[in-house]
Design a protein around this ligand. Structure first.
Ligand SMILES: C[S@@+](CC[C@H](N)C(=O)[O-])C[C@H]1O[C@@H](n2cnc3c(N)ncnc32)[C@H](O)[C@@H]1O
Length: 322
């Protein structure tokens, strides 16, 4: 069983109590200094104060990471360039990815473009870091012998919807993150039994994900009400993570041979819908609407689609592409 702990306290102070090089992965979603109301703290500091706060907790996060460790930091547009500079030049960490979390709903602007993404910096402590690509691949669009049907690299633009108010897993927290998004970080950058730390734990999303993925985890949260919320959340039953990359339900539309199709579709669930039991029915419905019952020949729509496919250039190399 995984070992999950949450403590009430300040991120820097609590990180200082951890041993040097003891943590495999840090997932940090700090307040962005945009004036959010987090109950007992109001997320509004002067510019220099916010930079000192960021420097201090990032310094501690870097200290506790193992040489093979990774940090993911969520950040808003106002401070992301400053945090990049701290990670890159001051802490001498290694840049890996600038991930864009794309969401399809949010506030509308009347003048200017409505915001539809958040940014996440991924840095590693050394160049010898852990990365489990096979655990985070996404399904290919088409079945091809030359494609890696185990899946493609998910890329650095990740689409997950916010956890909507009607979702049974929605917590009373203003910036709750989707579990599917955190799942990808945890699967890619840690193994079972590894220690994951979330210094700004909020509603406990990282801890919930780690609990289900058999990681050890420590959350730090300054607001005791959110700590209570997290404990309740960790005690709840589990029917699958609350969000999924829409590509995970993709059914390749050209699985012509019945034997290959049956084999691939069975593997699809284990590869891409593990811990997403709640998304399996939708996937099965798409399979039936594309192929009908498994012992039938492809539908007419599919035959037309196959004819169009013949025009695809034969010499394209697509081994790891979607
Ligand atoms: C952006 S939210 C994290 C949301 C979380 N990822 C989730 O999915 O619920 C930031 C959290 O940091 C907490 N916080 C603010 N200052 C803190 C500090 N100095 N130490 C620890 N937690 C702090 C806030 O109360 C808030 O819950």
């Amino acid at each position: 069983m995984s070992e999950i702990n949450i403590i009430t306290g300040d991120a820097s102070e609590e990180l200082k109590k951890l041993k040097v090089s003891s943590v495999d992965l840090v997932v940090a979603d700090p307040p962005y200094n945009l004036g959010k109301d987090y109950g007992n703290n109001h997320d509004i500091k002067g510019f220099e104060d916010y930079l000192s706060f960021s420097r201090e907790w990032l310094h501690e996060a870097h200290r506790v990471l193992k040489p093979s460790g990774t940090i993911y930091v969520f950040m808003g547009y106002r401070f992301i360039s400053y945090l990049y500079d701290i990670l890159d030049r001051q802490l001498q960490m290694f840049f890996n990815s600038w991930i864009v979390w794309h969401y399809t709903q949010g506030m509308g602007k009347i003048k200017g473009f409505s915001p539809r993404h958040d940014d996440i910096l991924m840095f590693t402590k050394s160049q010898e870091f852990k990365f489990n690509l096979d655990k985070v691949r996404v399904p290919q669009k088409y079945y091809r012998d030359r494609n890696n049907m185990r899946g493609a690299n998910p890329g650095d633009v990740w689409e997950f919807s916010h956890v909507h108010y009607c979702n049974g897993n929605r917590q009373n927290h203003p910036t709750q993150k989707p579990e599917g998004l955190i799942e990808r970080m945890v699967l890619a950058s840690s193994d079972e039994g590894d220690l994951v730390v979330d210094p700004f734990s909020g509603s406990g999303t990282t801890l919930r994900v780690c609990q289900q993925l058999n990681r050890r985890a420590l959350g730090i949260e300054i607001n005791p009400d959110y700590v209570t919320m997290t404990r309740d959340r960790l005690g709840g039953s589990f029917t699958g993570f609350d969000s999924v990359d829409p590509r995970m339900g993709r059914v390749p539309r050209d699985l012509r041979r019945r034997d290959i199709r049956a084999d691939y579709l069975k593997k699809h669930k284990g590869w891409f819908l593990n811990h997403h039991e709640n998304a399996v029915k939708k996937f099965e419905d798409s399979v039936s609407s594309t192929y009908g019952l498994s012992d039938k020949e492809p539908s007419r729509e599919l035959t037309l689609f196959e004819e169009r496919e013949e025009y695809e250039p034969k010499n394209r190399i697509k081994n790891d592409e979607e």
